[in-house]
Design a protein around this ligand. Structure first.
Ligand SMILES: [Zn+2]
Length: 277
């Protein structure tokens, strides 16, 4: 199986122009991931790119096979994952173009498979045990430091920390929901950050979110509410800049073997019952 040490889950805008990208299809016990993996070299690191919504953006947030996506990345050797995503700002000071590197997460999704430890046998006959994964700090501190440094290096002062609330979607929030999220002190709202982060942790992967604010959420703005056109426009304006930061973050991630962060100790003392890929 082809080898990559770093995974990037994001749109095709992040890898389509790289030279010598090879496409591989990966099957998992959970079915197919969102798309092929695209493997390439970046700053001397081997990277696997996975379009979260499929290459033609046809998979909505609540239908993404998150388990297959993370399993596929790990099965080609990935141990550190960067997850850029588009979010809505819940405070007026987090306007469009803000880059936030969250340190906390709130799950408000409803329908998603969010664990590998569900007692269902794998094709090889092994059965996952009941495992309670440590998730107090959902993001990798080493990855967060790399992302923050990369953004600053490109003159983009990021917001250091904050809470991303993840909603089911695919609709945007009502004003009441948005005001509730803001009143709780949360920072941004997205649709894909969960269960991506927890599934990464369950596989012992380092996971770092990089959240680009594309709009103010309904409770924080005064107009008609979030429009898809506006989201696309702001994302388009910032995708080049985000790509530069992302690539610098890849280069700044610690050597995979030497890292000793909390992510690598999530299952200390547990018998998983299954072999991770
Ligand atoms: Zn880590």
């Amino acid at each position: 199986m082809a080898n990559a040490e770093i995974g990037v889950i994001g749109g095709s805008g992040f890898y389509s122009f790289l030279e010598d990208v090879s496409e591989i299809r990966v099957e998992t016990p959970y079915g197919p991931p969102s798309d092929s993996l695209y493997l390439g070299e970046l700053a001397g690191r081997s990277v696997a790119f996975l379009p979260r919504h499929g290459r033609s953006h046809t998979v909505p947030p609540h239908k993404i096979n998150y388990r297959a996506n993370l399993w596929a990345l790990r099965s080609v050797g990935v141990r550190q994952v960067l997850g850029p995503c588009a979010v809505g700002g819940l405070r007026t000071e987090y306007g469009p173009g803000t880059l936030l590197v969250p340190d906390q997460l709130v799950d408000r999704t409803k329908s998603r498979a969010q664990t590998f430890f569900d007692g269902e046998p794998l094709p090889d006959g092994s059965v996952p045990n009941v495992v309670h994964t440590t998730f107090a700090d959902p993001y990798c501190p080493l990855g967060r430091a790399a992302a923050m440094g990369a953004a600053r290096g490109r003159g983009w002062e990021p917001v250091d920390g904050g809470t991303m609330v993840v909603v089911e979607g695919p609709r945007f929030s009502t004003r009441a929901e948005s005001l509730f999220h803001a009143a709780m002190g949360w920072s941004v709202v997205g649709m894909t950050g969960h269960p991506e982060a927890v599934l990464a942790r369950e596989l012992g992967l380092c996971y770092t979110s990089m959240a680009l604010v594309t709009d103010l959420d309904a409770g924080a703005e005064t107009g008609e509410g979030v429009s898809h056109t506006e989201v696309l426009r702001v994302f388009g304006e910032n995708v080049g800049r985000l790509r530069e930061v992302l690539f610098d973050a890849v280069a700044a991630l610690p050597p995979t073997e030497s890292r000793d962060c909390l992510c690598t100790h999530a299952h200390d003392g547990w018998d998983l019952g299954i072999e991770l890929p």
